[in-house]
Design a protein around this ligand. Structure first.
Ligand code: NI
Length: 184
């Protein structure tokens, strides 16, 4: 089932998401629906807050970017209760977009290495260092769990330039092509 996506201006995107346990109701179905929603809207990652749930869950499938970033070939994963351990390495710029901020892409600087602890969909524990394209997608999705959007991380000048567009999205004057939740 395709779920409607929450857009910038919706308070759920600004909450710090909470851990879940194995008994979280309908978790398998939610993961399945999040993948379906992500593919339908042509995203490479989707975090639970974007579908209105402030829980620490995100899904990623970066395979469509594998020509430019070979490390993303077959990179499809579910991340539950993710916690950042470390972020290090060189800062690099990448042009990011977000399903919650339709029609906007901006260069965002992030560090190249990202170490995360998490559980997968089988509740196996992992602690792993990610780099390159993998790290980039994960850092963006991880930020969603912390209530952070990529537009918080762009230069003050760029932010000023796109401010009116962000307001238009949050007021429903710019709408995406996919199913979305109307802001109150
Ligand atoms: Ni996003």
């Amino acid at each position: 089932m395709v779920l409607p996506i929450c857009l910038i201006g919706n308070t759920v995107l600004r909450k710090k998401a909470k851990d879940i346990d194995k008994d979280y109701p309908g978790l398998d179905k939610l993961i399945e629906d999040m993948y379906e929603t992500m593919y339908k809207s042509e995203g490479v990652g989707l975090a639970a807050p974007q579908v209105g749930k402030a829980i620490r869950l995100f899904v990623i499938d970066g395979d469509v970017m594998n020509e430019e970033y070979p490390d993303l070939k077959g990179f499809k994963h579910v991340f539950i209760n993710a916690k950042m351990i470390n972020e290090e390495g060189d800062e690099w710029s990448f042009n990011e977009g977000c399903l919650s901020i339709p029609g906007i892409r901006e260069d965002v600087k992030r560090l190249s290495k990202f170490t995360l602890q998490y559980y997968d969909e089988n509740w196996e524990y992992h602690e792993q260092v990610f780099e390159g394209g993998q790290a980039r997608i994960m850092q963006h999705e991880y930020d969603h769990l912390e209530g952070i959007l990529f537009t918080d991380k762009i230069s003050p000048i760029r932010r000023r330039l796109i401010k009116s567009k962000l307001v238009s999205i949050s007021k429903g004057k710019i709408i995406p092509k996919y199913k979305f939740v109307k802001n109150k």
